[in-house]
Design a protein around this ligand. Structure first.
Ligand SMILES: Cc1ncc(COP(=O)(O)O)c(C=O)c1O
Length: 446
């Protein structure tokens, strides 16, 4: 039986797919493209803010910009007064250029470039310091006002992480901050954890509240903590996900490719998005005492978070045109007009699993047909989907394949103009009933 993994039903998305607009855009651009839905971003942001308000916690949401390059999303942040997490000078420039104020930026990432630190300091942005060397660099900046910093904690539960300061380094950093006088404003601590679990986030957040109290005894401000990102996205139902994991094997993939189940993104998460934030706030750090929300309130500590993927849930999809189809024993190989670099997940020795939707160019005629999906490159390994997808009919050149819900990291984090193929443009869709309207994203040069 063919292995399927349908994305959650999304009637608005179906309306866009049924509107005929995607075929027109594919014809106009002559290549793959992505569409983004900023209203979904707004709704996700509102849900995170509601979770903070319900818990009575003062907090700020910073969109982790690395998750999508579209200007449309930072424009929404600017409009909504949300922050942006930037990790390069380019991201910082983009955020400022689309209206986000310098003081609404948090700068993350390791060993930040000198000009990133300098610009961030001049803009009054918050800098998450990752090492003692970096702290010294910040202390050496010649700026007219104190530089705002957080100290990033190496997570004790992930000691192999290359990010953050360990206990001894934190002590040294606190002493340097305390001795730096007006050159620095030490606003608190931060971390980002790999994975999507609630418990370690609540535990470490509780520890960071304790660190704030300790830092205050040294005369430092220490009134906020950032718990980074890692709020899961729930792409599919529990039933589909369990059936997929139980059923998959080498015969389901082209060339009998093997993927370790643990390398797949957890496409179903019972606790996801703003619900995951609610769970973190309700958890008792290390299983004892008051819930995190209460500890934050009592200590007067503000909660910062940096969701990327979760703010983009449902906020965009990627469209490819079928260029060719050929048969192999028992299945087929569909080749589309773009590459797997526009779907990113293969970069992580994994693949993007939610089923692509086939939009047939004309009436589809069965029977059902299984095929993997290859990219238009000369690399044998360039497959958007190694899995033999169960298509309702044999795809034909001119049909479209729509990969759903790709805005979070999938669509552009690893794109490159390999083979001199142009980067797929992004279009911003507005669809509030009636005909969907589109425009180019302001970052797409045309
Ligand atoms: C420091 C930091 N904050 C936030 C994020 C965003 O994570 P996510 O998209 O999983 O929410 C990342 C991702 O790598 C990160 O490194």
């Amino acid at each position: 039986m063919a292995l399927t993994l349908p994305a959650h039903p999304d009637p608005r998305h179906d309306e866009i797919l049924g509107s005929g607009l995607l075929q027109e855009l594919s014809y106009a651009f002559g290549g793959p493209f992505h569409f983004v839905l900023p209203e979904r971003f707004d709704a996700n942001l509102a849900a995170f803010r509601a979770a903070l308000a319900e818990a009575g916690v003062e907090g700020r949401v910073y969109f982790a910009k690395k998750a999508n390059k579209a200007a449309a999303f930072v424009e929404r942040c600017a409009r909504a007064g949300a922050g942006v997490d930037v990790a390069s000078h380019g991201e910082l420039r983009e955020a400022l250029g689309h209206g986000v104020r310098g003081e609404d930026l948090v700068v993350t990432g390791p060993a930040k470039a000198g000009r990133l630190l300098r610009t961030a300091a001049l803009q009054g942005s918050l800098i998450a310091v990752d090492s003692l060397d970096e702290l010294d660099q910040v202390l050496g900046l010649d700026t007219p006002r104190p530089v705002r910093v957080l100290l990033r904690r190496l997570p004790p539960s992930q000691p192999q992480s290359r990010f953050g300061l360990d206990d001894a380094q934190l002590d040294a950093a606190l002493a340097r901050c305390a001795g730096a006088g007006d050159r620095i404003r030490m606003e608190g601590f931060s971390f980002h954890l790999s994975g999507y679990e609630v418990r370690p986030r609540a535990d470490l957040a509780g520890d960071l509240v304790g660190l704030c109290l300790k830092a205050r005894t040294m005369g430092l401000q220490a009134d906020r903590i950032s718990i980074g990102g890692g709020f899961a996205v729930d792409y599919t139902s529990a039933g589909h996900w369990q059936a997929f994991l139980a059923g998959q094997g080498p015969d389901d993939y082209h060339a009998r490719k093997r993927f370790a189940a643990g390398d797949f993104y957890p496409y179903h998460s019972p606790v996801a998005g703003a619900g995951a934030l609610r769970a973190v706030l309700a958890a008792r750090p290390h299983g004892t005492g008051a819930p995190l929300a209460v500890r934050l309130r009592e200590a007067g500590v503000m909660l910062l978070l940096e969701p990327g993927r979760a703010l983009l849930d449902g906020a965009g999809s990627s469209v490819f045109r079928v260029q060719g189809v050929k048969d192999r024993a028992g299945y087929g190989i569909v080749t589309v007009d773009g590459t797997s670099l526009s779907l990113s997940e293969q970069w992580f020795n994994s693949e993007y699993l939610p089923d692509p939707v086939l939009l047939a160019d004309g009436p589809a005629t069965g029977p059902a047909y299984r095929a993997c999906v290859g990219g238009a490159s000369c690399l044998d390994s360039d497959l958007l989907t190694w899995r033999k997808i169960a298509f309702p009919a044999r795809p034909r050149p001119g049909d479209l394949l729509v990969y759903p819900n790709t805005a979070g990291y999938q669509m552009d984090s690893n794109e490159s103009p390999f083979h001199d193929l142009p980067l797929p443009p992004k279009v911003v869709l507005r669809h509030d009933g009636g005909r969907p309207r589109w425009r180019f994203d302001r970052r797409t040069a045309h």
